[in-house]
Design a protein around this ligand. Structure first.
Ligand code: ADP
Ligand code: MG
Length: 305
């Protein structure tokens, strides 16, 4: 399979909104740009003989942090509207959203079907541009960034997990996880070792050669999680990640995400209705008809503040 074919498949699979040149969406998605250079040479995970947990892996990966300033929000939406044009009719899926997301948050987005959760997640993840208003990623107005700059920052800052897994059907487990690393121009040997390590963490070392069609739903989502962690981004964005999983497998996936938050300090932004995971929330954003109905602050033990 040629790279163009892979990119095409990827593009189709991701079904990204139309911010980018379609042919380059996949590369853009992961910040595949020759401009990536400074500080991007992650250390070899296996160089460190003490690595025996995901914490070690993450600490050792030396991935780029665009900002570690706890004072500034990672992501800020001000007066954000998303208006879809449906023929003659305009439909406002988001109506004036104001939201700041800080490092270390576990933000749960709740709302009925059609309330704008996925639209909001696409904007938070800088996969789409607002019709009105501003989205700041690491203090940069994303509409002011050129595509490669946006892709670079997004590729380093955000790992995505989707309900339908969004794996490339023609790539095996290992290749799917490797993909973002390739787009970040990771040195090949390091990238392979990192991929192996991540697959070990999610318990799929014996499924490296399997295509997505040869995996169960839970295994596919674990591949997607390994992929989202590949470049060690500080933020994980998950849109109903357990929507297509049975409850037991779903719990495993959600516990894994909670652990990433608690032990690794990852910022998690998640759309889910799972009551167990809501206990981990530091804030809950309630969406209704494209508006934030309320934001509930939580203490660590799940009680309302
Ligand atoms: N590309 C689109 N074109 C037109 N309408 C859309 C598009 N994407 C979403 N919508 C509409 O916007 C609203 C919010 O959608 P979405 O964000 O997917 O909701 P949720 O994830 O909360 O179910 C829905 O009414 C949906 O039909
Ligand atoms: Mg949705």
């Amino acid at each position: 399979m040629t790279l163009t074919e892979i990119l095409d498949t990827f593009k189709t699979k991701l079904n990204l909104p139309k911010v980018m040149n379609p042919l380059e969406r996949a590369a853009d998605f992961y910040g595949g740009s020759s401009k990536v250079s400074e500080g991007n040479e992650s250390r070899d995970l296996n160089d460190n003989p003490d690595i025996n947990s995901i914490s070690d892996a993450i600490r050792s990966s030396g991935a780029v942090r665009v900002s570690q300033n706890g004072e500034k929000p990672f992501i800020r939406l001000t007066g954000v509207w998303k208006i879809y044009q449906m023929g003659e009719v305009d439909f406002a899926a988001l109506k004036g959203i104001n939201l700041e997301i800080y490092e270390g948050e576990f933000l749960v987005v709740l709302g009925p079907s059609g309330s704008g959760k996925s639209t909001l997640m696409n904007l938070i993840g800088c996969l789409d541009l607002p019709s009105k208003g501003t989205v700041f990623l690491d203090s940069n107005d994303i509409s002011g960034l050129d595509e490669s700059e946006l892709a670079r920052i997004r590729g380093q800052m955000i790992g995505f997990i989707f309900q339908n897994f969004n794996l490339i059907p023609t790539l095996n487990t290992q290749e799917n996880v490797l993909l973002p690393l390739e787009f970040q121009e990771e040195d090949a040997q390091t990238a392979w070792k990192k991929t192996d390590y991540l697959l070990e963490i999610v318990g799929l070392s014996d499924k490296k050669q399997n295509l997505p069609s040869q995996l169960s739903g839970g295994q596919r989502q674990r591949v997607a999680i390994a992929r989202s962690l590949a470049v060690n981004p500080p933020i994980i964005l998950a849109d109903e990640p357990t929507g297509n999983l049975d409850s037991k497998t779903g719990s495993y996936i959600l516990e894994f995400l909670a652990e990433l938050h608690e032990k690794e300090g990852k910022t998690i932004i998640i759309v889910t209705h799972d009551l167990e995971i809501i206990k981990h929330a530091t804030r809950i954003v309630y969406l209704k008809d494209g508006e934030i109905e309320k934001i509930e602050k939580r203490k660590k033990n799940g009680l309302e503040e």
